[in-house]
Write a protein that binds this ligand. Structure first.
Ligand code: ADP
Ligand code: MG
Length: 389
């Protein structure tokens, strides 16, 4: 999609050309899974798949929105004077929530807009289409309304939208990865302090292949909350003897020497994942600094194994994709990405092997699971931006 194709789609809906066109990426998390609420590091990157929007400012206080991904919902209309949660058209809440939460901080807009949205991220698949649309709204407020706010603050508002406006228990990683993305770079983010560093990712003839299980997330929310409270309980038990704020404060030796305090097999496994995954993430960052994609690949394999055995969030679909990927020629590593239980996995694959890779993994997946997987190439990309004609 580009300016011209978006403009054409917009015109079919709103009978005029859009004034401006914006794009906001999705994200993958390279490594550092389930570390975010444990005070650890995450290592995500914005990707070339994302959400496009044609935009025209209006002179009144009306907002009209249409998503090509949800044509049955039709055009949704509301006024800037009523930014309350819309139960019937839930997708609009991701945009409306940004206006609402910013309004609470005294940052209002006085003119409404017409918006035509079209994304090419698979929805609800763990590539953060929600953060993509939140940061898309943020970009429009920055560029078209000149709102005085930093990108990091927009990221925080995006998280507030999910936590407060939508009532979802999510961390800061998604909005941060999307909002702060840079081409060919990943972001090492300390979720405790929000300190971050960019790491150049030189792919050297390799590409990141996203593998989509096409499995609808079902129990994800309740399992996510369960994992969260298990980690909190393990931390409480460690704190009876140790002076630590988060599991991310421990290295592997400290954990091994003190895990007896947790005194429960399941809780020890959950906490061990959080501690070691954080260490692995720091090692993965170092491997990329050293241009050592081979070591990086091994670390992401280890991440998946830990998410399978210790954290138990993979499931048959993700395991089938990842374990089959490991066996293919030209693959440096593969792991699930996002919350798990379905959604997507990533693999680092030699460019020349990609077609054969998709063919082979796709066949095994179809035979084992009974429905096809989908594959996309992800280029690490810039954050939200305006597209020119
Ligand atoms: P994820 O962020 O992993 O893709 P979420 O459940 O957090 O999954 O967010 C997906 C929701 O975001 C969709 O159900 C929809 O409400 C909203 N959304 C994302 N992209 C679009 C889009 N292109 N058009 C309309 N709504 C969208
Ligand atoms: Mg989301």
């Amino acid at each position: 999609m580009d300016f011209a194709s978006l403009a054409t789609e917009y015109q079919q809906q709103f009978n005029a050309k859009p004034e401006r066109v914006f794009f906001s990426p999705g994200r993958i998390n390279l490594i550092g899974e389930y570390t975010d609420f444990n005070g650890g590091h995450v290592f995500p990157a914005a990707i070339s798949l994302g959400t496009f929007a044609g935009f025209t400012k209006r002179s009144d206080r009306t907002v009209r929105m249409y998503s090509a991904n949800l044509p049955q919902a039709g055009v949704i209309e509301f006024s800037l004077d009523d930014l309350s949660f819309d139960k019937a058209a839930n997708w609009t809440n991701y945009f409306k929530g940004m206006l609402f939460e910013l309004g609470k901080q005294g940052k209002q807009i006085d003119q409404g807009f017409d918006l035509f949205v079209h994304g090419n991220l698979p929805d609800g698949s763990g590539l953060s289409s929600s953060a993509s649309v939140e940061m898309l709204m943020g970009e429009i407020l920055l560029k078209a309304y000149g709102m005085a706010i930093s990108r990091v603050d927009l990221v925080k508002v995006g998280q507030q939208v999910e936590n407060d406006y939508l009532g979802l228990n999510t961390g800061i990683m998604d909005q941060f990865a999307v909002g702060m993305g840079k081409k060919d770079q990943a972001i090492l983010l300390d979720t405790n302090t929000l300190k971050y560093e960019y790491a150049p990712v030189k792919m050297d003839g390799y590409v990141v292949v996203i593998m989509n299980t096409k499995k609808r997330r079902e129990l994800t929310d309740s399992k996510y909350n369960e994992r969260r409270s298990q980690c909190e309980e393990a931390l409480r038990r460690l704190q009876t003897k140790l002076d630590i704020q988060t599991l991310g404060d421990l290295d592997q030796d400290q954990f091994d020497q003190n895990s007896y305090l947790i005194n429960d097999d399941v809780l020890i496994k959950r906490a061990r994942h959080a501690v070691i995954e954080n260490q692995r993430t720091l090692k993965a960052y170092q491997a990329l600094q050293d241009n050592d994609l081979v070591t990086f690949g091994k670390l992401i394999n280890a991440s998946h194994v830990s998410l399978h055995y210790d954290f138990a969030v993979t499931g048959k679909e993700l395991d089938t994709l990842v374990e089959t990927a490991w066996q293919q020629p030209g693959v440096l590593g593969a792991r699930m990405t996002g919350a798990g239980f379905g959604g997507c996995a990533i693999a680092i694959v030699k460019e020349a092997n990609v077609d054969a890779f998709e063919q082979a993994v796709g066949q095994v997946y179809q035979d084992t699971i009974g429905h096809p997987a989908e594959f996309y190439i992800a280029h690490l990309d810039d954050g939200p931006r305006e597209l020119t004609k």
